[in-house]
Ligand binder design. Sequence first.
Ligand SMILES: Nc1nc2c(ncn2[C@@H]2O[C@H](COP(=O)(O)OP(=O)(O)OP(=O)(O)O)[C@@H](O)[C@H]2O)c(=O)[nH]1
Ligand SMILES: [Mg+2]
Length: 299
Amino acid sequence: MDIKKKAAFVAVVGRPSVGKSTLVNLLCGAKVAIVSAVPQTTRNAIRGIVHRPEGQLVFIDTPGRHESERKLNKKLMEVSDRTMEDVDIILYVLDASRPPGPEEAAIAARLAPMADRTVAVVNKMDIPQVDYEQTLAFLKRQLPQLDTARCFKVSALNGAGTEAVMSCLFAMASEGSPFYPEEYYTDQELNFRIAEIIREKAINRLREELPHALYVEVADAELRDEGKRLWVRAFIITERESQKGMVVGKGGEMIKAIRQAAQKDLNRLLEWKVELDLRVKTTHDWRHNDGVLRRLFER
Ligand SMILES: Nc1nc2c(ncn2[C@@H]2O[C@H](COP(=O)(O)OP(=O)(O)OP(=O)(O)O)[C@@H](O)[C@H]2O)c(=O)[nH]1
Ligand SMILES: [Mg+2]
């Protein structure tokens, strides 16, 4: 018998820091999106592709949803809104370790009209004493249109519960041809991926406002040594001159640590040996600069 394959786009949405990117990486079995403990790490819609005998799922990781009138935040919300409208299925991620407050209620209300194509996952169940029942009660109250058979508890950290989610997603997906060939697990451009890995290493080492105040740009990339080595020049860009010193660190220690960590990851992820020339510069107040924002969100 000819069993038809499934294919669907799945948007992964939720509050900042609930573990959306960690979950996408786990489901894809590859590092597709960067992760950090700092809220609003993800700034773009990032695709991770899963190939299985049942068919293909294209996960789209999105920025965490947060209410604020700041220009950058509004762009992040637009990415999340647009992605939700475009997909077949919505994977709504909640964090069992944080009580659902008004921000969570606003997301549930936003999802209500799309409840028939939504799956909820309550993440971070590996943390001792988290209260799944509290989150489930919240979902029943705030999103009664959502079938509780489509509510799952998972740990994106260790994978517990995620196979049941995959089965549910494939059951909901329509029959169709795959969108990407087998060898693709993401569709990100090389320069974007490199910039993201550098940003992850910077975010994870810097404190306070700095993770939000920077972006990364790859200025130049060139294959050398008959295509064996990839040389990259990239800039970490701060929004104020006074922040440059903190990114460089005492005697250049900080930028060196960021460069080495990024190089190590890139060597593992890419097919070349990567040599990174990493520098710091300032684009004054870039978070309010339309040109920079357009560039960052044009993908
Ligand atoms: N204990 C535990 N921690 C997790 C789990 N999933 C993610 N985390 C941690 O939660 C933090 C945020 O994870 P991310 O995957 O970056 O969260 P996100 O939802 O993509 O965040 P934004 O991109 O900022 O919206 C990181 O420190 C992760 O290591 C989990 O299942 N269990
Ligand atoms: Mg993320």
